[in-house]
Design a protein around this ligand. Structure first.
Ligand SMILES: Cc1cc2nc3c(=O)[nH]c(=O)nc-3n(C[C@H](O)[C@H](O)[C@H](O)COP(=O)(O)OP(=O)(O)OC[C@H]3O[C@@H](n4cnc5c(N)ncnc54)[C@H](O)[C@@H]3O)c2cc1C
Length: 402
């Protein structure tokens, strides 16, 4: 029946994101109640604001008094575990529900060489782990967890003058290469996150060198394009042209971008034009155009649509259906964060698309800043229910749990 509907009209009901039954099928009634309680707490802006600042302060002092409480609540919702082994259960659970995992070691704000080396070791361990776990085709890494912001910014502005600075940059190149080589050897892919504009040209340079080296026969390295930037739709197309000329597959993870306020504020203070689109509609237009472009060139671009925006996900799903492309083609991927937008992830999975969750992991102290960002994102300033909470409430109503 489904097949004949698809043949008659390939876009009919490609995927229905309002289906909360499929979205939350992986949660028992008890789990759904606990999730609802957690999102109700996060909905209280004052609680998230004071709790978040207090949590960050406690973390900086090394006091871990509340770690067991955090682990049992918000950590459980948004993180896989405190280590790779501890994340195995979450990965298995996702895989049983048709969803892959992208392992993301939650290190942030590193400043010393030994921290960068430790993060690299963690990333390499994640690659080895992924190579034996079919539920993990990709790991994710951030260049600022492998390099100091000063060196990245210095390279971008041509200010690396001393031998010591140039040596430091060579060590960054060596770390990134070691990471991508290990991924290539182990049959695992790597997403390299996009960051702030004042370091991103350096990241662009590092990642393009890696794609040219390791993406010749298969997709290993994915670059990230932030479409909230005015220039990134053009960069995507220019990078694709360059990849075609040089004979490698372009890895394109698309995101809207996470540092909008910071970018605008810096541009204002320093007196240069903001690199960020003027309106949300402009960002959406470029994002959706980038999705269309990547799907149109899927044979030479490996796409990961990393978004919680329903329309942007639907556009890709509909294009795949309209063009009659294989839904499980390895170049046509979707990705959301663990603990969020289950209505998108599990409905895409059920409809046969390649979908994954970013699964952050690490000790509570390491992932706490990430957890606080997730809580802030889910707290409603207007007093209305967040999107996540209203979906959970719909499912509870459907199950007669309210
Ligand atoms: C799997 C995954 C990986 C990610 N990796 C990265 C990464 O490597 N680097 C990174 O920077 N971010 C990353 N993000 C975060 C991402 O950039 C977005 O901040 C977040 O996903 C929200 O955007 P959206 O597409 O989900 O949905 P939406 O809620 O539709 O979009 C919100 C986004 O739109 C943009 N926006 C909002 N208001 C305006 C405005 N007034 N003018 C212009 N633009 C506006 C902002 O980018 C904002 O974050 C990732 C997200 C996911 C799901």
């Amino acid at each position: 029946m489904v097949t004949s509907d698809r043949q008659a009209n390939p876009t009919a009901q490609v995927v229905d994101f309002s289906n909360t039954e499929i979205a939350f099928a992986h949660k028992s009634d008890g789990e759904l109640r606990r999730t609802s309680w957690l999102f109700r707490l996060m909905n209280k802006a004052w609680l998230v604001s004071t709790g978040g600042s207090f949590g960050l302060w406690l973390n900086s002092t090394g006091i871990s008094l509340f770690n067991p409480l955090i682990r049992a609540t918000i950590f459980k919702q948004f993180c896989g575990g405190i280590s790779l082994e501890d994340s195995t259960e979450a990965i298995k659970h996702l895989q049983e529900n048709g969803t892959m995992s992208v392992l993301d070691f939650g290190a942030e704000g590193n400043v010393k060489d030994e921290d960068f080396d430790r993060t690299l070791e963690e990333n390499l361990k994640a690659i080895t782990y992924a190579s034996t776990n079919p539920g993990v085709p990709v790991i994710s890494s951030k260049v600022t967890a492998l390099a100091s912001e000063e060196i990245l910014e210095g390279f971008q502005t041509g200010k690396l003058k001393t031998q010591a600075e140039n040596d430091a940059f060579s060590r960054v190149q060596a770390r990134v290469d070691k990471l991508c080589l290990a991924a290539w050897k182990n049959g695992v892919a790597v997403f390299i996150d996009a960051e702030e504009t004042w370091m991103q040209d350096t990241i662009d340079h590092l990642v393009k060198v890696m794609m040219e080296k390791y993406n010749k026969e298969k997709i290993v390295v994915y670059h990230t394009y932030q479409l909230y930037r005015k220039d990134k739709l053009d960069s995507l197309k220019a990078d694709h042209k360059e990849a075609l000329e040089k004979g490698y597959i372009l890895g394109a993870k698309l995101v809207r971008g996470a540092y909008m306020e910071k970018e605008r504020e810096r541009a204002r203070v320093k007196g240069y034009p903001s690199p960020i689109q003027e309106t949300k509609e402009d960002t959406d237009r470029d994002y959706n155009e980038a999705v269309r472009y990547c799907v149109a060139h899927y044979e030479t671009i490996a796409l990961c649509n990393a978004s919680h925006n329903q329309e942007s996900n639907l556009i890709q799903a509909q294009l795949i259906a309209e063009k009659g492309l294989p839904r499980d083609h390895s170049h046509l991927n979707f990705c959301q964060l663990l603990g969020m937008s289950d209505h998108i992830t599990f409905n895409l999975a059920k409809a046969g698309f390649n979908v994954a969750k970013y699964v952050p992991y690490g000790p509570v102290k390491v992932v706490l800043p990430y957890l606080i960002r997730r809580a802030r994102e889910n707290s409603a300033v207007s007093g209305e229910m967040s999107r996540e909470l209203s979906l959970i409430v719909s499912e509870m109503n459907r199950r007669g749990l309210n």
